[in-house]
Write a protein that binds this ligand. Structure first.
Ligand SMILES: [Zn+2]
Ligand SMILES: [Zn+2]
Length: 386
């Protein structure tokens, strides 16, 4: 198989700084066939996973956008849960977790900005957490960060494997920070009140559409086994016994999913994000006169935008404008202020508020917009334009 058969996103949390009864702190699960990759891991992400159809045991990678608590406070519990962590026994002798794991166990991989590795190491060490499987933290370092080292003098946890420090390329990107058989991930900084990262998940080029009529007569004529059709389907060229060369259909671009952390201006990632099938962008604050009873009479859109930006955040219109700029096919808004309820599937008032937020983003984007709701799950289909 040389393309993904299923790509699914489950929103685990869609709140900004304050969670509410209807929104948990930031996290989403990207399911690529069987594997689960988490993006951000706010408080109680483990609980949200248990309420969803996402399987804890399938988590292979965790990407952290920035180290603000609402994006990382849930990471240690998820690690302990996923890696069979516990606090140990009194005598300690019977617990295999007290010893380092065998070398051939692949580690759970975590990616994040400077501080992610130290945060995990300190958290696990000072809570005396023993793990049953290893992990590794790779950091995306800025030019102003130390280019080497772990960012802490504390010795690694016994189950921590040495992580890489990725340095930016000339265009500011961290390219191919992970490359799997069918998918590669790149990243770039986005502007927030602290160092913050956006991730771009690229499905590798997928096989083009094949017309068997073009090939079968040639194969028959030269007595070539039909099994070469599968090589042609992969875009390979095949030389027949009489010297004729058949070329498989050219490969087409795969799906591109852009997942941003908190931002008031994500333009440094724009060149990586172009033509995204899906953009996930925060929309923390909105101006909703007549709909949101907390709206101050003195507020205008401009004042709300200025206030959002001054805190490192965006309005729905700003998210829509960025989606338009990169020609995204679809925009999902997340990271909402606690003022904006997350029960718009059942509550009329909530529907009005979230409906208006969606329209505001649509007004600058012109494409399809979805407001994230906790435990909402949707597929990302193959590119129609490919
Ligand atoms: Zn946040
Ligand atoms: Zn933040």
């Amino acid at each position: 198989m040389s393309s993904l058969s299923s790509v699914n996103i489950t929103i685990l949390g869609s709140a900004s700084a304050q969670p509410s009864s209807t929104r948990n702190h930031s996290s989403l699960a990207l399911r690529l066939d069987g594997d689960v990759w988490l993006f951000d891991c706010g408080e109680a992400t483990q609980h949200q996973i248990q309420k969803s159809s996402v399987k804890m045991g399938k988590i292979q990678k965790i990407f952290i956008t920035h180290t603000h608590g609402d994006h990382i406070f849930g990471l240690l519990p998820v690690l302990a849960g996923r890696l069979n962590g516990a606090g140990g026994t009194i005598d300690g002798v019977d617990d295999p977790r007290a010893h380092a794991p065998p070398e051939d166990v692949p580690p759970l991989e975590i990616y994040g900005p400077l501080g992610t590795r130290a945060y995990v190491r300190h958290g696990l060490t000072y809570t005396h957490t023993l793990l049953g499987a290893p992990y590794v933290v790779h950091e995306l370092r800025l030019p102003t960060d130390p280019q080497e080292g772990d960012g802490t003098a504390l010795a690694p946890h016994p189950y921590e494997r040495p992580g890489r420090n990725f340095l930016q390329s000339e265009d500011g990107a961290w390219r191919d920070i992970c490359r799997e058989r069918l998918v590669a991930v790149s990243a770039a900084p986005i502007l927030h009140s602290v160092p913050c990262v956006g991730y771009v998940v690229n499905e590798l080029p997928v096989p083009g559409k094949m017309d068997p009529k073009k090939y079968i007569p040639e194969l028959k004529r030269t007595n070539t086994p039909m099994s070469v059709m599968s090589r042609l389907q992969q875009g390979e060229s095949v030389t027949l016994s009489d010297g004729t060369v058949l070329h498989g259909p050219a490969r087409k671009p795969g799906r591109k999913i852009v997942i941003l952390g908190d931002t008031y201006d994500p333009s440094p990632i724009a060149h990586l994000a172009e033509d995204a099938c899906l953009l996930i962008h925060e929309a923390t604050n909105a101006h909703l006169p007549g709909i949101d009873p907390n709206t101050k009479d003195s507020d205008t859109y401009e004042i709300v935008e200025e206030r959002a930006k001054s805190r490192g955040h965006s309005t729905p219109q700003m998210a829509g404008a960025f989606a338009k700029k990169i020609r995204a096919r679809k925009l999902v808004l997340n990271h909402f202020s606690a003022r904006y309820p997350g029960n718009d599937d059942t509550d009329e008032e909530a529907r009005k508020i979230m409906g208006r937020i969606r329209e505001l983003a649509e007004s600058t984007f012109g494409g399809e917009v979805i407001c994230a709701r906790d435990l909402m799950s949707f597929d990302v289909g193959p590119r129609k334009d490919a």
